[in-house]
Design a protein around this ligand. Structure first.
Ligand SMILES: C[S@@+](CC[C@H](N)C(=O)[O-])C[C@H]1O[C@@H](n2cnc3c(N)ncnc32)[C@H](O)[C@@H]1O
Length: 298
């Protein structure tokens, strides 16, 4: 079961107009998209993207029960500009993986269940977690674990992985990670958590595409239109924060001009990120690291 995170807050943040056009960049199981679609009138329209075939299938049926003012694209949101050739009034990104993706053992995202090392959100893609774990060299593994997992034992873990190759399944990998960190560390949070996150980010190129995707999305907005982004870890959040900062800052030249006109492109709606309420945190563990940031195009 998938429970949408920061559902009310993110939908409210989009200021939906009945006749507006909206994009859900990460359709998933259509929790957010359903709420958007319900608020649209005849002239309103929703475009949605997901690279996961199962999410697209499930959500097409689900949204069809509400109305038909939507179109779903089974592709990466990094291609958004190739698919949309009109301006829209709001765009939502709810980043990362969905709970059904995490829960389906055979997709290989979880270190609790045994499955082949896969972790692809888009099954049409070639690169899998198996390739990363078994073919990347030592330095590359260390870099990924360190940068995408902020894992302090990156070097030990990478060495141990290389020693134990081939590693075929998620539990083999989790065991290898466990055996390469000090006893004390083993008993804190699950020692495989950060490395699994890092491999998932590498397989799906989650961070590499984010900045450009946000800028592309911004270029599709009407004036007054908003982008709302929900992130689940600090690396993603930092990228969103920096892109929003760039878009909301005036440049030095325009600051000095004696005119009220500025070249500021956007205003920040959330000075601080919105985080889930106590109530939501209690209901949904996945929401515990979620943050919502919003900007509006000027
Ligand atoms: C957190 S879930 C979204 C949940 C959704 N908001 C809901 O309420 O059901 C993220 C979804 O975005 C998809 N996704 C993540 N990154 C993507 C990308 N770069 N392009 C397309 N889809 C992506 C995943 O496949 C997943 O289904």
């Amino acid at each position: 079961m998938h429970i949408s995170v920061l559902l009310n807050e993110s939908i409210e943040s989009l200021n939906i107009k009945g006749n507006g056009k909206y994009i859900d960049a990460t359709l998933g199981y259509a929790g957010h998209s359903s709420e958007i679609l319900r608020r649209l009138e005849k002239e309103g329209f929703l475009f949605a993207f997901d690279q996961d075939e199962e999410a697209v299938k499930f959500s097409t049926e689900k949204l069809n029960k509400i109305n038909s003012n939507f179109k779903i694209f089974h592709t990466n949101f990094k291609n958004m500009k190739e698919y949309i050739d009109e301006k829209v009034d709001g765009i939502l990104f709810d980043l990362g993986v969905s709970s059904p993706q995490l829960d389906e053992t055979e997709r290989g995202f979880s270190y609790h269940n045994d499955a082949p090392l896969d972790m692809r959100m888009d099954k049409r893609q070639k690169l899998t977690a198996y390739d990363v774990v078994n073919n990347y060299n030592l330095e590359k593994l260390i870099k990924i674990f360190y940068e995408y997992g902020e894992e302090k034992y990156s070097r030990n873990i990478a060495r141990e992985i290389i020693k134990n190759r081939p590693i075929n399944t998620t539990l083999e990998l989790a065991e290898t990670i466990k055996s390469s960190v000090p006893e004390k560390y083993r008993n804190s949070a699950h020692p495989a958590r950060k490395v699994f996150q890092a491999i998932r980010i590498e397989v799906n190129q989650e961070l590499e595409i984010l900045e450009q995707a946000l800028l592309d999305a911004f270029s599709l907005l009407n004036s007054g239109g908003r982008i709302s982004v929900i992130t689940f870890h600090s690396l993603e959040d930092r990228i969103v924060k920096n892109v929003f900062k760039k878009l909301t800052e005036e440049d030095e030249v325009s600051k000095k001009l004696p005119t009220t006109k500025t070249n500021q492109k956007a205003k920040l709606i959330t000075k601080k990120p919105i985080i889930p309420s106590e109530e939501e945190l209690e209901k949904n563990r996945r929401s515990r690291s979620a943050k919502l940031r919003v900007i509006e195009k000027i």
